[in-house]
Design a protein around this ligand. Structure first.
Ligand code: URA
Length: 430
């Protein structure tokens, strides 16, 4: 099969056959298509789109471009959660142990921060000694022993996606619903899970800026996941404002510990509970969402979820005592511009400020400073007081403070009445 004929088919609005899709994915995996041919087809797909059957074939072919971990010998239903990424989005660290404490097996493979959005691996590595690069044998042993493991994508998980994603990043083809769907699901299917909860973020701080776009992606993920044998449910949640009060790495871990210890309530807890409850339901351990939520709240209240997190950290080499002994950078407070109530806070600007302070990467090779970041002292809906800063900045780069402070001062608005927006926008089930 010639690449040029496959490209012409899609260029002219045709439907690609399974053989054409397999040729493309083989070409990306083994270098039998030139990068300009791969890029041309990516652009044709971005412009012309794909029907669900094509996206389902693409997903399967990308999964089969590498190794699918076989977890069938580990008892229990394997369920993961995936978020399309946001600012302060740290629910994985809470819901993975929470769902595991309710009997779900959680083989979670996560990513690093991307642009202004944070990544679970960078957060976990803020715990001294925590190893995200377990071997497959260690991953399996941890899952068998404590029912949860949190690692980086193995190099043989959907290798076609690595080549295609790198090309998409530089050819203006990231924003394609079928390509995003296949990219996310191929990596998740390679984990050996049988069910998945998708958290599709929507708003200024997210990939999908509007509800119609988020809905299209969520529906595509649910339909294509189902076609590939996954039990899957998606929620669309707001990402206009940062989630929780910490944006960074170590400070986000600290906030998660606070939630697991029952000391922190609010949207971060609520979303973690909602997603964990769906995981319990999809594992077949709860009758419905309400039953799942009851179990999850009981696991929090009894301390079972916190103990599970401690076991997870210890099993992966992390030292929570050393984490608690860390010396945070002195807080640089940012005084309010005016008094009233915080009515809005731009998640993307807060995420960018945290990056500037050292919590994220501008280039792939950049190191992340685990102690850098932003603490939101006054969030949306809170009353602003003259003597309480709206933000605290944490950094080892004094030269970055002015730029981060300017971003943060322009990130929020103050009004005369408190406002709150809903976090859960929609649920998409098969
Ligand atoms: N995350 C992914 O893994 N792939 C995409 O295409 C977009 C977000």
């Amino acid at each position: 099969m010639r690449a040029v004929d496959v490209i012409r088919t899609k260029r002219d609005g045709g439907i690609l056959s399974p053989a054409q899709i397999e040729s493309f994915v083989h070409g990306a995996t083994h270098g039998t298509w030139e990068p300009y041919q791969l890029s041309a087809l990516l652009m044709a797909i971005t412009i012309r789109g794909m029907i669900d059957i094509e996206t389902a074939h693409l997903t399967r072919a990308m999964t089969d471009s590498g190794r699918r971990i076989d977890l069938s010998d580990i008892p229990g239903v394997k369920v993961d959660k995936h978020s399309t990424g946001g600012v302060g989005d740290k629910t994985s660290l809470i819901l993975a142990p929470l769902a595991a404490a309710c009997g779900v097996v959680v083989p979670m493979m996560s990513g690093r921060g991307l642009g202004h959005t944070g990544g679970t691996l960078d957060k976990l590595e803020a715990i001294p000694g925590f190893r995200v690069g377990l071997t497959t044998d260690e991953f399996r042993a941890t899952l068998r022993k404590i029912g949860v493991a949190m690692i980086s994508q193995t190099t043989d998980a959907a290798p076609a996606d690595r080549t295609l994603y790198a090309l998409r990043d530089v050819t203006g083809t990231v924003e394609s619903i079928p390509l995003i769907t296949a990219s996310i699901l191929s990596k998740k299917l390679a984990e050996g899970i049988s069910a998945l909860v998708m958290d599709v973020k929507c708003g200024r701080g997210a990939f999908m800026k509007t509800p119609p776009d988020a809905r299209k992606l969520a529906q595509s993920l649910v339909r294509v996941g189902t076609a590939n044998g996954l039990k899957i449910e998606a929620v669309i949640t707001a990402m206009d404002h940062p989630l929780g009060h910490a944006v960074g790495n170590a400070n986000e871990v600290e906030e998660c510990l606070g939630v697991l210890e029952g000391k922190i309530v609010g949207p971060l807890l609520d979303l973690s509970v909602l997603l964990a409850a769906k995981m319990v339901k999809l594992a077949g351990l709860a009758e419905d969402d309400a039953d799942g939520e009851r179990q999850v709240r009981a696991a929090l209240a009894s301390g079972a979820a916190r103990r599970k997190f401690e076991k997870l950290v210890a099993a992966q080499g992390g030292d929570l005592k050393a984490f608690r002994r860390r010396k945070p950078y002195p807080a640089v407070p940012l005084a309010p511009r005016s008094l009233g109530y915080v009515t809005d806070m731009d998640a993307e600007k807060v995420g960018r400020a945290a990056m500037v302070l050292g919590a994220g990467r501008f280039r792939a090779a950049d190191a992340v400073d685990p102690l850098a970041g932003v603490t939101i002292r006054r969030h949306v809906g809170d009353k602003v007081q003259a003597d309480v800063p709206v933000f605290d900045l944490h950094t080892a780069r004094p030269e970055a403070v002015a730029e981060a402070a300017a971003l943060l001062q322009s990130a929020y608005t103050v009004g005369s009445t408190p406002t709150k927006k809903p976090l859960l926008l929609e649920t998409i089930a098969p």
